[in-house]
Design a protein around this ligand. Structure first.
Ligand SMILES: Cc1ncc(COP(=O)(O)O)c(C=O)c1O
Length: 331
């Protein structure tokens, strides 16, 4: 299987904002995009994106998971970055049209079609460091994918980073390229120095999220994860897993979790930890690295509750369990 996100469908849906309105959506080649080298996005990072998935069911239908949530976040990111406002209905139609066009290419589970709506500032204006772009472009890329973390049964090694931050506090809930660039250096360093898979950012000891996923601690029948605030991304998978956990009768605690409490709980043999995200789904964390020490989470293996929650989520996505929350949109 090719690396996640490296194979693209040959066409994408695209629409341009000219300063007053959005052009009708078109399907165009996804191989290239013409931009002025002075485009606002290329200098001042006026860009946001989304990540969601379409799934093939046994009856042949194609179903998109929680599109409304992703559209809401896309609109919010655009607004908080002072990009032109998107029209959620028009963007939804772009997504549906693009997925319908390539419905035959949606892989069977555990694969899916990853959908990447993108919004960029296009105004050729290199003097606008402190002013918003007047024009922009939205496009919907499609990429058939398998598992993000190859080998679903392995567990991750996370470095607990208490000093650095993933991104500026007020940017955390915006899904914007600059945040990923900002997190890259500490992640590369942790990979190189400690063979860590990811960095779990814990500014001032407050357990937050990794570079591309939310963090969940599972202690017996309780899930503990940071309460929503503007400092980190409000993951759709996080919300889905917490909802499923509540449905299963688990206790969900959305609150501050300190590094000290995390390490104390992780030492219990039945404790589990996982990363949640559209790409990661729910992936077990086996080891925490902190101040030169290595700590196993529980027994260090893939947690049984983690597997149960992941399966319950997949069952809904794959059409094997009833979609009681109305999370799927049939294409
Ligand atoms: C920084 C960050 N946090 C969390 C998530 C999880 O969000 P979601 O579950 O909506 O994919 C992502 C994206 O996948 C992310 O990039």
């Amino acid at each position: 299987m090719a690396a996640f996100g490296t194979v693209f469908m040959p066409e994408m849906a695209i629409s341009w904002f000219d300063g007053s309105g959005w052009s009708p959506s078109e399907m165009v080649s996804s191989n290239s995009l013409q931009l002025h080298p002075g485009a606002h996005v290329l200098h001042y990072s006026s860009t946001c994106f989304e990540g969601l998935k379409a799934f093939r069911h046994a009856d042949g239908s194609i179903n998109i998971f929680r599109m409304d949530k992703n559209l809401e976040r896309f609109a919010q990111s655009s607004r908080l970055l002072s990009l032109p406002a998107i029209n959620k209905d028009a963007t939804q139609k772009m997504i549906l049209d693009a997925v319908a066009r390539f419905a035959d290419d949606v892989p069977e589970p555990p694969g899916s079609m990853y959908i990447r709506p993108t919004h960029i500032g296009t105004e050729p204006a290199i003097g606008k460091a402190a002013a918003p772009t007047q024009t922009s472009c939205q496009y919907i890329l499609l990429s058939p994918v398998g598992d993000y973390f190859s080998g679903g049964d392995t567990t991750l090694r996370l470095l607990l980073e208490e000093n650095g931050m993933r991104c500026a506090t007020h940017m955390g809930m915006i899904k914007s390229g600059g945040n990923y660039a900002s997190a890259l250096r500490p992640i590369m360093q942790a990979k190189q120095d400690l063979k860590a898979d990811q960095v779990l950012f814990c500014p001032n000891g407050d357990v937050q999220e990794t570079g591309a996923a939310n963090f969940l601690l599972i202690d017996g029948d309780e899930i503990i994860t940071k309460a929503l605030d503007e400092s980190f991304l409000h993951g759709v998978t996080r919300d889905s897993i917490l909802t499923i956990a509540r449905d299963m009768g688990m206790k969900v605690s959305e609150r501050q979790l300190s590094v000290a409490e995390l390490l104390e709980r992780a030492a219990k043999p039945e404790c589990e930890a996982a990363l949640s995200g559209t790409a990661a789904v729910l992936t077990s964390v086996g080891t925490l690295l902190h101040k030169g020490n290595e700590y196993k989470v529980g027994n260090g293996g893939v947690g049984t509750t983690t597997l149960k929650l992941r399966q319950a989520l997949n069952d809904i996505q794959w059409g094997k369990a009833e979609d009681t929350h109305g999370w799927l949109t049939r294409v």
